[in-house]
Design a protein. Structure first.
Lengths: 116, 110
């Protein structure tokens, strides 16, 4: 069990550029979640996948945000036309629907985005 | 809807002091409740959980009891250490919805 990994750990970009982040979940976990965390706040849920299906995306912050999990393993979160307000830590988490522990999510270290 | 309210910080304690961080929630049905901890420079780590009323979660000397009558899940530790300095987040999971509190920063001084 290598844990949830995220890349890159830090990303600095200029306003208007597109950025993409990657998350690799714990290998046996079929659910994958994306969150945003701003300074002094708790994580804010964005979207989640079960295998390759995106089951909830109504809480993505705007249509500039999109996520994919094409083969049910790793996932990417893309932000198009970044704005300074997108600066935050983007967290990924995973969980398993087997064994009755669907509710327990394990988090990655996050990707810190800075938009100049 | 689902929501979590936790005690605002920061909290500063001396080593070996007793810790309580209050957490209350709003939810329909029967959510699962969690405490996560974020050490400086690290990601969120699950500290403990409880899945039904009167369950007590415990780990590393920390405890929290799921109180449905008061909709609370307060975090306690009898004797804190400097190494417990971190930000603590209360969270609930209900109907595929995960909600976090704003976090409480704890600093323990030697």
């Amino acid at each position: 069990d290598t844990g949830v990994s995220q890349n890159p750990r830090h990303k600095i970009t200029k306003r208007g550029q597109n950025v993409t982040f990657r998350c690799d979940p714990i290998s046996e976990h079929n659910r994958l979640y994306w969150y945003r965390q701003t300074l002094g706040q708790g994580p804010e849920f964005l979207t989640y996948f079960q295998n390759e299906a995106q089951l909830e995306k109504s809480r993505l912050l705007s249509d500039r945000f999109s996520a994919e999990r094409p083969k049910g393993s790793f996932s990417t979160l893309e932000i198009q036309r970044t704005e300074q307000g997108d600066s935050a830590m983007y967290l990924c988490a995973s969980s398993s629907t087997s064994g009755g522990a669907t509710d327990t999510q394990y988090f990655g270290p996050g990707t810190r985005l800075t938009v100049l | 809807g689902n929501s979590v309210t936790q005690m605002e910080g920061p909290v500063t304690l001396s080593e070996e002091a007793f810790l309580t961080i209050n957490c209350t929630y709003t939810a329909t049905g029967y959510p699962s409740l969690f405490w996560y901890v974020q050490y400086p420079g690290e990601g969120l780590q699950l500290l403990l959980k409880a899945t039904k009323a009167d369950d007590k979660g415990s780990n590393k000397g920390f405890e929290a009891t799921y109180r449905k009558e008061t909709t609370s899940f307060h975090l306690e530790k009898g004797s804190v250490q400097v190494s417990d300095s971190a930000v603590y987040f209360c969270a609930l999971y209900n109907n595929n919805d995960m909600r976090f509190g704003a976090g409480t920063r704890l600093t323990v001084k030697p």
